[in-house]
Design a protein. Structure first.
Length: 191
């Protein structure tokens, strides 16, 4: 069920009871043993997405309006297609996210009031940037300082090591992705 309401500038804003499902990418944090996994927006200053908790948008620049506001860039962002995410800084997780509440649609996707991930998969960010998303399946997850987890394929782990950027610990990607899906109680994502 949708209820449309007009904004001050006449731009429509949907208020949705049924979610929109769109694409999103996150960074990943967790402990050295692969526990304590948390999705982190790629904009490092944004709040973590906690497991089994609905994420609610807020505006960091203005306390005078509710997020998302059509005149602002606030809200929980997601895209219509995967392609814009391929330019994302340091993606580790690709997923489909449910968006609801007030939703503003724009040319690349949506900004929403509420969100929660529906389907997730780890990606090798280097493969994701350079080739098609289907080829971005990682073999390993590197654990770095500040509990940053970076999924990588065998080839890109070797490149990183040759260039002196070696993770402090390497975890098997299949175990980490299963733990991530269990933590957030979501289904696997097939690209």
């Amino acid at each position: 069920m949708n209820h449309r309401s007009a904004t001050l500038e006449g731009l429509p804003t949907d208020v949705r009871a049924e979610p929109i499902v769109a694409w999103r990418a996150w960074a990943l944090t967790g402990h050295r043993d692969g526990t304590g996994l948390l999705l982190r927006p790629v904009a490092k200053r944004a709040r973590l997405w906690r497991p089994r908790e609905i994420v609610e948008a807020s505006c960091r620049t203005s306390r005078r309006h509710e997020a998302p506001d059509p005149r602002c860039t606030c809200g929980l962002h997601a895209t219509h297609t995967i392609d814009p995410l391929r330019r994302t800084r340091s993606p580790a997780v690709l997923g489909r996210v449910a968006l609801w509440g007030r939703v503003v649609e724009h040319e690349h996707g949506f900004r929403a009031q509420y969100a929660y991930p529906q389907r997730l998969r780890l990606i090798c960010q280097f493969c994701f940037w350079m080739s098609e998303p289907r080829r971005s399946t990682p073999d390993h997850v590197g654990w770095f300082p500040h509990d940053e987890l970076i999924p990588v394929c065998e080839e890109h782990l070797a490149v990183a090591r040759r260039n002196g950027v070696s993770p402090r610990l390497v975890l098997p990607a299949p175990e980490v992705v299963q733990r991530l899906r269990d933590t957030y109680t979501v289904d696997p994502l097939a690209v």
